[in-house]
Design a protein around this ligand. Structure first.
Ligand code: NDP
Ligand code: GDR
Length: 381
């Protein structure tokens, strides 16, 4: 049985990857952080009682900032494959926690590579490093491929560029099977709530259920190449199954503006949106509603929850602007398509639909809580 170790198993990608590897018959070890509350929601459906015999999913407490802990876990688990997905992964937050981000996202990768080397596992253990399209940063050329120069634009991207190069360096210096997947943005119903797509699908769902009036956004003109996380974890696995260790861009090749993602999310509930104004004065208004479709999607009547034509539901707030922004990402994944035989199965409308329907189902539970006198918190993140 092949053994995999996943750092960041409690995150979006960790959850989808654990599911995939279990399906493929792997023994999966995951590193989770100690938190004051349970933090395993995304993988609870995969939970196996450690008191049982023959379990194939085991969680270990750990942290990318703790070398001894990582070395011990790698020694104990003797993995054939390590997927280093753990990171402080929020670009805007990295401006507020730059030192910690460098430690976890940059040096954390070094800690794993060095542990494998010191334990003499460099011939046995293959390593996947979660690199990112944020490395491209300030646009040098599009579409971005494995040969496009990097120009990072945030403490997160600068930390990840160290991780990228230290992975390449250990591959070249010690002949290790260490690879970078340069993944463009990928989303899902499990996406963290403060990334832009999930922020939008959550807010739209709350608005159409009458739980919230409007929401505030940053740069509506940023363009991203959005894929589905399920497709992207498949690529991670494929990268480690090749004869030679190499780096690959994983992307859909289609780019979309943030404002169009908002439009698409509302459209999933029968609402057409119209943007008016400029800069900080820009607002998104309800332009039309397909009442029947709205009711079939939400189970409530638009007028009953205050969704009426002309109502403003989106506004811009400068607190969400970044000190330095990445304006345009569009990936060229032709190498992965050719060498890995990988291509995305989901398209953006399917992704948006899955996310909106999932969030509507989640917030319908809030309607029940509200009806029973509980308070609902609308966090402004
Ligand atoms: P998430 O933010 O959803 O998950 C990050 C995971 O890392 C969580 O399990 C988190 O634990 C864990 N983690 C954070 N800090 C530490 C630490 N110091 N020690 C140990 N674990 C830690 O990210 P995604 O799943 O979306 O992304 C996975 C990886 O891929 C990340 O490295 C990200 O930077 C990178 N990436 C993501 C892309 C995307 O579009 N999603 C695109 C390109 C790269 P906890 O649950 O406790 O917070
Ligand atoms: P990104 O993702 O920074 O690309 O990093 P995010 O979803 O946070 O932002 C995408 C774009 O949307 C703009 N934006 C907003 N973003 C957020 N979060 N909140 C807002 O209110 C908002 N308004 C506009 C942003 O300015 C940005 O241009 C993600 C992370 O998963 C990284 O870990 C990963 O490496 C990259 O994708 C690829």
């Amino acid at each position: 049985m092949k053994v995999a170790l996943i750092t960041g198993i409690t995150g979006q990608d960790g959850a989808y990857l654990a599911e995939l590897l279990l399906e493929k018959g792997y023994m999966v070890h995951g590193i989770k952080r100690r938190a004051s509350l349970f933090n395993t929601d995304r993988i609870d459906h995969l939970y196996q009682d450690p008191h049982q015999e023959d379990i194939r999913l085991k969680l270990h407490y750990g942290d990318l900032t703790d070398s001894m802990n990582l070395t011990r876990i790698i020694q104990e688990t003797q993995p054939d494959e390590i997927y280093n997905l753990a990171a402080m992964s929020h670009v805007q937050v990295s401006f507020e926690t730059p030192e910690y981000t460098a430690n976890a996202d940059g040096i954390g990768t070094l800690r794993i590579l060095e542990a494998v080397r010191l334990l003499g596992l460099e011939k046995k253990t293959k390593i996947y490093q979660a690199s990112t399209s944020e490395l491209y940063g300030l646009v040098q050329a599009v579409p971005q491929s494995e040969t496009t120069p990097f120009y990072p634009r945030s403490p997160y991207a600068v930390a990840k560029i160290y991780a990228y190069w230290i992975t390449v360096n250990y591959r070249e210096a010690y002949n290790m099977f260490a690879c970078n997947g340069i993944l463009f943005n990928h989303e899902s119903p499990l996406r963290g709530e403060t990334f832009v797509t999930r922020k939008i699908t959550r807010a739209v769902s709350k608005i159409v259920l009458g739980l919230q009036d409007k929401f505030y956004m940053g740069n509506l003109d940023a363009k991203r190449d959005w894929g589905h996380a399920k497709d992207y974890v498949e690529a991670m696995w494929k990268i480690l199954q090749q004869e030679e260790p190499e780096d690959y861009v994983i992307a859909t090749g289609i780019t979309t503006k943030v404002r169009d993602f908002i439009r698409m999310a509302f459209l999933e509930t029968g609402i057409q949106l119209r943007f008016e104004g400029e800069g900080l004065e820009e607002m998104g208004y309800i332009d039309s509603i397909d009442e029947q479709f709205f009711e079939s999607r939400t189970g409530v009547k638009a007028v009953d929850v205050g969704c009426v034509i002309g109502k403003d539901v989106v506004a811009v707030d400068p607190r969400y602007f970044r000190p330095t922004e990445v304006d345009l990402l569009i990936g060229d994944s032709s190498k992965a398509q050719k060498q890995l035989n990988w291509k995305p199965k989901y398209n953006l409308p399917e992704l948006v639909q899955e996310m909106v329907l999932s969030d509507i189902a989640i917030f319908k539970k809030d309607l029940i809580l509200l009806a029973n006198g509980h308070k609902i918190l609308n966090q402004a993140e």
